[in-house]
Structure formats: C-alpha cells, structure tokens
Design a protein around this ligand. Structure first.
Ligand code: DSN
Length: 442
C-alpha cells in the first residue's frame, strides 16, 4: 500500500497528483486491453460522459424542478423535467424521480417512504442472489426493518411460488421486494400479484441489474406485472452514469409524495446534477438504441453460457437455457473456487467477480463466479466473440495455459472492439477507455 511521508512540500504534493493521474491512466489502458465481464458495469456514451465534467458538477439544486432552494436552476430544471419525461416514456410508467444518487440510495428512499422501523419486508437471501441492501448490515439494517426470506428454488434460480404464497399469507409483510444482483430469470411477480393484493402488500422491484433489459423489452415488465415501485441504479444494463432512479405505477398520490420525500430530504441533499443530466442523455439513447442493445446483451450471455458449458464448465441452470438476462453463474469448485478463479482470470486479462451461489456460507470463499455481457456487447461483440472468450477460459482454467499468454490473446480479441456502439456520436467521437485522462505512456 502506498504510504505518504508525514511532512510534504508543495512539490511533493504535485508529484502525488501526477502519480494519481498516471495510475488512473494505467487503469484505463488495462481495461481497454481486458475482457470486462462484471455484470454490474458498463460504459458511458461520449455525450453523457461530457456532461459529467460540465459546470453542473459544481452546482446545487435541492428539491423538485420549479420548487428549488437555490437560485440559478432554470437550466437544471429544464434538463430534469426532460429526464423525468424520458424516464416515464422509456419505462411506460406514470411516476419517476431521478434524484437518488445510486441504487442503494434509491432503495433507502423506498424503505424510508414505505416501511417503518420494526416492519417485516419480504426479500431474497444474499446467497440466493439478493443485493446487500437486503442485509442487516446494509439498507435494511439502517432503516431497522427485518427481512422475511422467500423460499427459494435453487434448480430454477428463482423463488418457490407456492411456498412463497403460504409464507406471505401467514406473515403478511406490508412490503415485498423482488429483484436480485445475481439475476438470471424473471421474478414471478404476476403469479404473486393476487397474493400481494389479498394481503395488502406493496410490490417493490429492485431492477438495477436488468433496467436496460426491461426498457428494451427483453426481460419482464415489473410495473405492469404487479410491482408498484421500481428502484434501480442506472449504469448496468442501462448504460448510463453511476446514479439512481425511482419509477412507479402508484396507486395513490400520497405514495408518490412519500417516495419524493424519501428521495429528498430523506436520503439526499443535492442529487449530483451532472449525473442527472448524463442520465437524461442515456435514457434518450436507450429509447433510440435500447431494443437492439438489450437483445444482443441477452444473446451474448446465452452464447457465452453455452460455449462454457460445452467446454466442461458447470454453468448454472442448463435445462432452462442458463439465463434470460445479461448474467450467467458458473460453479467453479472444480477449478479452484470463486476467489481463486476470479483472481487467476484477472491476471489473464479477464475481469469477473467471485459470487455466492445457493448453499454458500462464506462470502469471501464462495463456489461461484458471476459473468455479464453488458460491456462486451456495448463495444460491439457478438456471439462469435463469446465463443472466443469461452476458449480463453478453457485455455487458462482447464488447459493450464500461461496467464500472460492468455492476457495477450484477450487483447488480440479486444483490439477490434474498443469503440462504443448503441449511442449517438458513436462513429464520430470514437470512444476510448482512456479518452479524457490520456493514455498510459508505458
Ligand atoms: N455491487 C453491484 C453488483 O455488482 O451487483 C450491485 O450494487
């Protein structure tokens, strides 16, 4: 770990700044040369990225458009009203709030608005794929609500509908959270809708991972299947800035007001106006290109899963076609376990993460890795390249090929895929991983 001396001159600090810039350049070049398969990451379009470093970054605008606590917000209001309109249009819904600054903050806003400390909130277990918001050490704990876990069907990698109905009827939670971070298949909300109505529970969907697929018509449509509110981050399969969003088909004006108050002043002050403006661009781009993008994301995930399966990898849910989303899960106990395999892949230029799978006890030593297709699709890769990526896995993890040689082969594959697709300006403003900060001189 870098250690700074206790006393530092201005010249020393200037050197520190240069060092930070160099390190970030090295990071950018590393990612340009790598095969990034983190299911929750994506690349921001040039026009959206430009707005992240605009003057908006320096400003405040608390409250709603037209009802601010600061002056100078006329243009901010114009952009935010557009952003809200684009969000409602893209998700075919009547309510949007684009002020949460992340997915977890959006989840906190929902918990603040729709639950009280001590309430039971139905959700999934972390080992079954839930986000850390559902944990006692996460947003649930912060709001003081208690998780009621859905019975899980590990074969189908989704909740067990019949048993869930029984549990919901017996316990009657007032809020039921659907949505996962290991999100392979749609959640059976439409099947549970009558039960939610019977017990008077609000259906809440965390759509962070699959937001761009929902918008692109490639996954389920939770707000029209029985969920009233959808919370999400905006930078996964929806390739926007790191930000958050609330969407809804709400049953009352009062719920809308509670959610807005949950967002501000509940869990935000300023809402990162630069990111909000970048989100507006990303929503417009997804309206234009999202259907094609979402379709290819799912096809690529399925092609990668199939190619890995054919090479002897234990990809989950083969009878169900492995996945209906951007994500696949691979049990890698035979290859050394999730922690070891993710590290070895990273040294060979393939970026993944270790992941809990059903039955796992230790988050540090899980059996699985999670792979996602959002970023490789964004740079134009298709099914053929997914097969080539599976070959790299096989070479490294089954045939014992040298990691440095695999990393070279990864860059040879990636070299033709370093510009962005599915956005405005893709051709003219050729996107590069190192665009604003420059290239690693090494
Ligand atoms: N940490 C993200 C993920 O990788 O799924 C969710 O916030």
């Amino acid at each position: 770990m870098a250690q700074l001396p206790e006393r530092m001159s201005t010249a020393d600090l200037a050197q520190v700044v240069e060092g930070i810039r160099t390190t970030v350049r090295r990071h950018s070049t590393r990612f340009e040369r790598a095969i990034p398969l983190i299911a929750s990451e994506n690349l921001l379009s040039p026009y959206a990225k430009e707005l992240l470093v605009s003057d908006l970054h320096s400003r405040y605008a608390e409250g709603l458009p037209g009802e601010r606590y600061y002056e100078g917000n006329e243009q901010v209001d114009e952009v935010e009203n557009l952003c809200l309109d684009l969000a409602r249009r893209l998700f075919r819904c009547s309510f949007a709030d684009v002020r949460p600054t992340s997915g977890t903050v959006a989840n906190l806003a929902v918990l603040k608005a729709l639950a009280e400390p001590g309430d039971l909130v139905a959700t999934s277990r972390l080992a079954d794929g839930a986000h850390i918001s559902s944990a006692g050490f996460g947003a649930f704990g912060l709001r003081g609500v208690k998780p009621l876990y859905y019975p899980w069907d590990p074969e189908r990698m989704t909740l067990d509908v019949a048993k869930t109905r029984e549990v919901l009827r017996a316990v009657r939670p007032k809020l039921c959270l659907f949505g996962l971070s290991l999100f392979l298949f749609p959640m059976p909300i439409d099947e549970l809708r009558p039960t939610l109505e019977e017990i008077g529970a609000v259906g809440w969907y965390d759509g962070a991972h699959v937001l761009g697929l929902i918008a692109g018509g490639e996954f389920q449509d939770p707000l029209h299947e029985g969920a009233q509110v959808l919370s999400a981050s905006t930078h996964k399969t929806l390739p926007g800035p790191q930000h958050g969003i609330l969407l809804g088909e709400l049953k009352s004006e009062e719920t809308a007001k509670r959610l807005q108050a949950g967002a501000f002043p509940g869990v935000t002050s300023n809402h990162h106006l630069n990111a909000m403006a970048a989100l507006a661009v990303s929503l417009a781009e997804h309206l234009a290109f999202g259907r094609d993008y979402a379709r290819q994301v799912v096809r690529n995930a399925q092609a990668l899963a199939q190619a890995l399966h054919e090479r002897g990898f234990d990809v989950l849910a083969p009878e169900l076609g492995f996945t209906r989303s951007h994500t696949i899960a691979v049990r890698v106990g035979r290859e050394g376990g999730g922690e070891d395999v993710a590290l070895r892949l990273s040294r060979a230029g393939i970026i993944t993460n270790k992941n809990l799978l059903p039955g796992d006890k230790s988050p540090k030593h899980p059996q699985g890795i999670r792979l996602g297709s959002p970023e490789v699709t964004r740079v134009g890769m298709r099914e053929k390249e997914m097969v080539a990526i599976a070959e790299l896995f096989d070479d490294l993890l089954h045939k014992g090929k040298d990691p440095a040689a695999v990393a070279e082969a990864a860059w040879a594959l990636k070299r033709d895929f370093t510009t962005l697709q599915y956005c405005f300006g893709a051709g003219e403003a050729a996107y590069r991983y190192y665009d604003l900060v420059g290239r690693d001189p090494a």
